[in-house]
Design a protein around this ligand. Structure first.
Ligand SMILES: [Zn+2]
Length: 248
């Protein structure tokens, strides 16, 4: 723990939609040593490789992989959203609710309307916490480029040595080179601050969200078959999670 900062008591748990998100809170991983659940396997390029990279980051920072670790492919997330299949998402919420029993606090992706998997991650975590029936401190961190942060509940300013370790972890992460280069072009000082904000519910995300507008453009270009839409696809999962969390 760092002097001068107060953290909630009890074990910290991090839940991310994609492998690689953990790099955004690398210093926090080092300080709080959470167990880390990763919903998807980062497929698209090299499936197993990306989870392996995340394991290396977690081990290097003193954090631990959780029981949910690359459970579903991104392709399956999209297929399930488009076809209205919710059982896989409910099963993830069920498992996380179980895992949260001994947790002291939870951190997960922010719902930014940027990527459906990030928003689903937030929805699943919030449903699992409500099902748990015990209030736990619940924080988010932003991922989308230029996304507005909520008020800082906990923020870390990285010293040069911590920033150097974070940069080394990011540069060593195969499959994220383009993202790392983009950040370096913006200036690595953008990586110096890690902000955790009180979680905002996914239902407050913009409507239509960015992923919907972007998806429609891709369909028009002939690059996508069907876009993920906030209504009905994402709202259908939100409704199913709400029914499940009340059925305890
Ligand atoms: Zn992502």
């Amino acid at each position: 723990m760092l002097p001068g900062l107060r953290y909630p008591p009890g074990p910290a748990v991090l839940v991310v939609g994609h492998p690689g998100h953990e790099l955004r809170v690398h210093r926090w991983l080092e300080v709080c040593r959470p167990r880390v659940h990763v919903l998807t396997d980062g497929s698209g390029r090299d499936r197993s490789a990306r989870l392996g990279e995340t394991t290396a980051v977690l081990t290097g920072a003193g954090a631990t992989p959780g029981s949910v670790y690359g459970r579903i492919s991104d392709a399956a997330v999209y297929t399930n959203l488009l076809s209205g299949r919710v059982d896989g998402f409910i099963a993830l919420a069920e498992e996380l609710a179980d895992d949260f029993r001994d947790a002291g606090w939870v951190i997960a992706d922010a719902a930014e309307g940027y990527n459906p998997t990030h928003d689903l991650c937030r929805m699943i975590v919030d449903a699992a916490l409500r099902r748990l029936g015990r209030p736990l401190p619940n924080f988010e961190f932003v991922l989308a480029p230029g996304a507005p942060e909520g008020p800082a509940a906990l923020s870390l300013e990285l010293e040069d040595d911590a920033l150097a370790r974070k940069l080394a972890a990011a540069r060593g992460y195969r499959g994220l080179q383009a993202e790392v280069t983009a950040v370096e072009r913006l200036g690595i000082d953008a990586l110096r601050r890690e902000v955790l904000s009180p979680a905002r519910p996914a239902s407050e995300s913009r409507d239509p969200p960015f992923y919907e507008t972007f998806g429609r453009t891709r369909v028009a270009d002939g690059q996508y078959g069907r876009p993920i839409l906030y209504r009905p696809h994402v709202v259908h999962v939100a409704d199913a999670l709400r029914r499940w969390q009340k059925a305890a």
